[in-house]
Design a binder for this molecule. Structure first.
Ligand SMILES: *[C@@H]1O[C@H](CO)[C@@H](O)[C@H](O)[C@H]1NC(C)=O
Ligand SMILES: *[C@@H]1O[C@H](CO)[C@@H](O)[C@H](O)[C@H]1NC(C)=O
Ligand SMILES: *[C@@H]1O[C@H](CO)[C@@H](O)[C@H](O)[C@H]1NC(C)=O
Ligand SMILES: *[C@@H]1O[C@H](CO)[C@@H](O)[C@H](O)[C@H]1NC(C)=O
Ligand SMILES: *[C@@H]1O[C@H](CO)[C@@H](O)[C@H](O)[C@H]1NC(C)=O
Ligand SMILES: *[C@@H]1O[C@H](CO)[C@@H](O)[C@H](O)[C@H]1NC(C)=O
Ligand SMILES: *[C@@H]1O[C@H](CO)[C@@H](O)[C@H](O)[C@H]1NC(C)=O
Length: 225
């Protein structure tokens, strides 16, 4: 009996460690998100050094409305310090600027990391002047523990009833670890569940907790029995 409650608390500890692992990073720490002319101390390359960014983490940009927060997955856009010709599908303006403001107001924006791979940030205003003056950086986002449910794309509408070919394309590539692409277990009972994208997403979400829990359970039995 005591063993049981021990197991349960192992599960709880294991799960809460898992959830707490998402990080919020304040860009530039106390210096905030500015260009070198505004604050000669900022050094965003330095700031990113030694940090590991993963899916589900947030970047908090503390700045004002004379600076912008542009995120792009397109290196060309980043290199040009200019998003005027950027494509809608690879560039996001999280905070716009109001260059006419004589007294800039504080702005704080939380940007979730939702895509694996290189992602770039810069301030686009004044023909790229702020960006060219150091207000930019790049990071390589890793899968980590995957996206938390609150950040998943909202495509949970009921799918077609029967299995459909090409279903895989509707699953965003960032959400499915590559080792789940070809599940080997195709027994008849599991077939329906394995073909839908929703159970797959739920599975990949729970997998980390499950694995964690199972390792602990096995470890426990090895130790005690
Ligand atoms: C991180 O920032 C997001 C967005 O502001 C917020 O919802 C979340 O609670 C924060 N998480 C932590 C651990 O501070
Ligand atoms: C970069 O960071 C290192 C160590 O954190 C520090 O010693 C160095 O002064 C920083 N460089 C700049 C330009 O801020
Ligand atoms: C980042 O990840 C690398 C490799 O996984 C690891 O060696 C390093 O200690 C991590 N750094 C931090 C700050 O977590
Ligand atoms: C990147 O953005 C530029 C415009 O800034 C666009 O011409 C180019 O096609 C984009 N590249 C990709 C791979 O989408
Ligand atoms: C955005 O769309 C362009 C053209 O429609 C395509 O070539 C590019 O791969 C897309 N980029 C992303 C990140 O989906
Ligand atoms: C806004 O930013 C530009 C370019 O960085 C700077 O020249 C200008 O003085 C700033 N305006 C205010 C009101 O701070
Ligand atoms: C980003 O990180 C991944 C995993 O560590 C690595 O495989 C990939 O080459 C990196 N991408 C770039 C552009 O450095």
């Amino acid at each position: 009996m005591g063993n049981k409650s021990g197991l349960i608390s192992f599960f709880i500890i294991s799960s809460s460690l898992y959830v707490d692992a998402y990080q919020n990073y304040t860009v530039g720490d106390s210096l905030g998100w500015y260009d070198l002319l505004e604050n000669p101390k900022v050094d965003y390359r330095n700031w990113t050094a030694g940090k590991n960014f993963s899916l589900g983490d947030f970047l908090i940009f503390n700045t004002d409305n004379n600076h912008t927060v542009i995120q792009t997955y397109n290196f060309t856009t980043y290199k040009l310090c200019d998003y005027d010709n950027a494509l809608d599908n690879d560039t996001i303006e999280w905070s716009a600027a109001d260059p006419s403001a004589t007294a800039p107001q504080p702005v704080s924006v939380a940007v979730p990391l939702t895509k694996v791979g290189m992602t770039y940030f810069f301030s686009s205003d004044y023909d790229g002047e702020q960006c060219l003056n150091g207000q930019r950086f790049q990071i390589n986002v890793t899968y980590g523990q995957g996206l938390p449910p609150s950040l998943r794309p909202d495509d949970t509408s009921p799918g077609p009833v029967g299995p459909q070919s090409g279903d895989d394309e509707s699953v965003p590539d960032t959400l499915v670890p590559s080792n789940f692409d070809n599940p080997k277990d195709t027994s008849d009972d599991n077939q329906d569940e394995a073909s839908g994208s929703i159970p797959l997403l739920a599975f990949s979400n729970l997998f980390g907790v499950w694995l964690h829990g199972l390792v602990i359970v096995f470890g426990f039995f090895v130790l005690c029995c």
